[in-house]
Design a protein around this ligand. Structure first.
Ligand code: ADE
Length: 242
């Protein structure tokens, strides 16, 4: 997968050299480049923002540098990337969207700052490539950089070969619309607290049932919205008795 990130703070992306994302880059699974938006400015102050039309607080990112950046990274004669613009006004980011993005050959992230990017940049880009504004949640960050780090981590771990044990993808939280059951490791007793007996029983049927019940109970307590959205056809009789 190819990924381009445009930002006025390229230094934010240093963590993408580390750990499993860094390894995915070294192995060639991920070809990632970070670009400084100011490289597409032409004035002595390398200006990227200006006051908003219609008034109001804050500054808006000017369209010219963004237009030039997108022209350079998504040339009209090549297959266009999918443009992702982190914004609190975007569609909610989710595991389902992470899977969708992991199947794309080329992602281009545009990190806005201040009050966002002039809307015409996105409207113009949409005539050439798919554009998705994505929100991490109902809160406001300084800019899109941290959101891109989050999205890239969620997407990279879904790329083939990145996780040593791909079956963990199948059991993790959000994989089946439920939160994951609690996990334990050795020792069996720690500070007077025992690992649940069932997990030490070796009875795989009972363990699977226990994990499913814990997942249902946890999801009901913490995310009733997820429980309500579960497909009833995916529930068995013993789920309903829980
Ligand atoms: N930029 C500012 N706030 C954001 C949010 N909640 N999600 C994604 N990008 C953002």
């Amino acid at each position: 997968m190819r990924v381009d990130i445009v930002s006025i703070f390229p230094e934010y992306f240093a963590p993408l050299e580390l750990s499993l994302i860094g390894r995915a880059r070294n192995s060639g699974t991920l070809r990632l480049a970070v670009h400084d938006l100011r490289g597409w400015t032409h004035d002595v102050h390398r200006t990227v923002d200006d006051t908003p039309y219609g008034g109001g607080p804050g500054m808006v990112m000017r369209p010219e540098p963004w237009g030039a950046a997108l022209d350079a990274l998504a040339p009209a004669d090549l297959t266009p990337p999918r443009l992702l613009v982190p914004s609190p006004t975007g569609v909610p980011f989710s595991q389902a969207l992470a899977h969708e993005l992991a199947a794309e050959p080329h992602l281009l992230f545009a990190c806005g700052r201040y009050e966002g990017i002039d809307q015409r940049v996105l409207d113009h880009a949409a005539t050439r490539m798919p554009v998705t504004e994505v929100s991490l949640g109902d809160y406001v960050l300084f800019g899109g950089e941290v959101a891109v780090l989050v999205i890239m981590e969620a997407v990279t771990r879904l790329l083939p070969g990145v996780l040593g044990n791909a079956s963990s993808l199948d059991e993790e939280s959000h994989a089946h619309g439920l939160l994951e059951a609690p996990m334990y490791t050795k020792p069996a007793t720690w500070r007077g607290l025992d690992v649940p007996e069932v997990l030490r029983s070796g009875d795989h049927g009972r363990i699977a049932r226990w994990r499913r019940d814990e997942a249902l109970t946890r999801t009901a307590a913490r995310r009733p919205d997820m429980l309500a959205a579960l497909d009833p056809a995916g529930l068995d009789k013993r789920d309903v008795e829980t």
